[in-house]
Ligand binder design. Structure first.
Ligand code: ATP
Ligand code: MG
Length: 445
């Protein structure tokens, strides 16, 4: 993409309404524009990152064997009356009447709809296990939408639902989700720690929230510092292997890590003092096994191998796709702007032409642009007639992890400069080597 042909409405001023750094930077970098309280338009740069986050979520869900579909945003109230949640959900649910006076709602989540799809189409244990998921906009009429996309009213969520014959099978699905989530967040350059969370009126131990540590997080968390040393990394996982998934769950949940709702001061105080941490975190996902509550309420049964009709065991598992952009920026920025992890960056590399209009510099930039594109990379070429300082400031603000700087002086010696946004370190290389280096960086990502 050439910047003169792109739509990147960066702001010079720091928007007064934004209280936290990720919100400020998303506005300044021209990623989002508020349309109404807690509702945003995704401008081209923000949309690119959103799509990248979504792509990683899709890839990791499908790697775990989960099947994508797409359910609507608008739902009929009837199903929610059946489950009993139409009245229980309260003011967070946006209720709408259609022209015939029928009660509709903008879905805050999809347990009812998916259970209805399941019961209409699945009747035998032979069709299990089954996990279906989608990535779809949700609406929750939050009392205090704030922090930009972090707590929106309209937000994008991945929600997945497992259907299993037994509790044991459903717990494997739970573990599988935990493992796949660890991989998902790490691919986005994030450490998200699974913490024991509150299962509410349903009870049981089977819910974890994934939290990214950040001072601006809305949740108070308590954990053993050793948990931050765990990395999932590039392990080979067989998602059908029950013991293997269970082992990962144990590895990542055996140390103390809880949100304030489940925090137990006595257990926490048994940890050596120097390992006790009290901090804040951003919830970027949650997994939940809830047994047969929806299948009981909505008569979602299958026949087992003895010919008996039994309710299916279910769980639901969410990832806050749009919130993740805020969380990534909270975890990765400096005073000059965003620093995108390679996994989600809107463009792989920026090209800065120090002397636009100089025949040699222009040609070198065009050649670099073509060579990078030919390698399957997506460069952003700043081809504006601007001072070098302004071009650097824009690149730093929008946070591309790599920048190639091209100027007449370097070209005399046959070199361009490759700079890391994260470390600020630069290296002079021939244009060919710079292209090869960038291609190599993205090879495994
Ligand atoms: P919270 O406690 O933050 O209100 P929740 O526990 O009600 O969230 P879930 O139903 O668990 O949310 O939804 C799954 C994920 O969707 C959450 O982990 C979070 O990342 C994201 N999410 C929930 N509410 C919002 C929101 N208002 N804006 C953006 N993302 C959200
Ligand atoms: Mg939650």
């Amino acid at each position: 993409m050439r910047l003169t042909r792109y739509f990147l409405p960066v702001l010079k001023e720091t928007p007064a309404e934004a209280q936290i750094v990720s919100h400020r930077l998303m506005l300044r970098a021209g990623m989002i524009k508020q349309a109404a309280a807690g509702i945003y338009s995704w401008l081209p740069l923000g949309y690119r990152v959103l799509r990248n986050v979504e792509r990683i979520v899709h890839e990791e869900q499908q790697r775990a064997g989960h099947i994508p579909l797409l359910m609507p945003t608008l739902q009929s109230a009837d199903l929610w009356r059946e489950s009993g949640r139409y009245d229980d959900y309260g003011e967070e649910m946006l209720r709408i009447k259609d022209r015939h006076g029928r009660d509709m709602l903008y879905g805050p989540t999809n347990e009812e709809l998916i259970t209805d799809i399941f019961r209409a189409n699945v009747g035998s244990y032979k069709d299990l296990p089954l996990t279906l998921y989608h990535i779809q906009w949700k609406f929750r009429d939050e009392m205090r939408p704030r922090f930009g996309v972090m707590r929106g009213r309209e937000f994008l969520m991945k929600d997945g639902y497992n259907f299993d014959l037994t509790k044991e099978d459903a717990l494997h699905a739970y573990n599988r989700h935990l493992v796949s989530y660890l991989r998902t967040y790490e691919r986005m350059g994030l450490q998200a720690i699974p913490m024991r969370a509150d299962s509410g009126p349903i009870g049981g131990d089977y819910t974890h929230e994934f939290l990214v540590l950040a001072e601006t997080g809305e949740s108070e968390v308590f954990y053993d510092s050793q948990i931050t040393e765990l990395k999932f990394g590039n392990r080979e996982i067989d998602y059908d292997d029950v013991a293997q998934c269970q082992a990962v769950l144990e590895e990542f949940t055996s140390r103390y890590a809880r949100t304030d709702e489940t925090h137990d001061e006595a257990v926490f105080n048994d940890l050596p003092q120097d390992r006790r941490r009290v901090a804040r975190g951003i919830e970027v996902g949650q997994i939940f096994y809830f047994g047969t509550i929806y299948s009981d309420a909505m008569a979602a049964t299958v026949t087992n191998d003895k010919g008996e009709k039994v309710p299916v065991h279910m769980g639901s598992h969410g990832i806050g796709v749009s919130r993740l952009l805020g969380a990534i920026i909270e975890a990765s920025h400096d005073d000059r702007g965003i620093i995108w992890p390679e996994g989600v960056t809107p463009f792989h590399v920026g090209i800065v032409n120090l002397k636009q209009g100089d025949a040699e510099a222009d040609k070198a930039c065009e050649d670099l642009y073509k060579a990078l594109t030919a390698k399957g990379l997506d460069p952003l070429y700043d081809d504006r007639e601007e001072r070098a300082g302004a071009k650097f400031a824009t690149m730093d603000l929008i946070g591309l992890p790599w920048r190639i700087t091209v100027g007449p002086r370097g070209l005399k010696n046959g070199v361009v400069e490759l700079t890391s946004r994260r470390t600020g370190e630069s290296e002079e290389l021939s244009p060919e080597l710079a292209v090869a280096r960038v291609a190599e960086i993205y090879l495994d990502i």
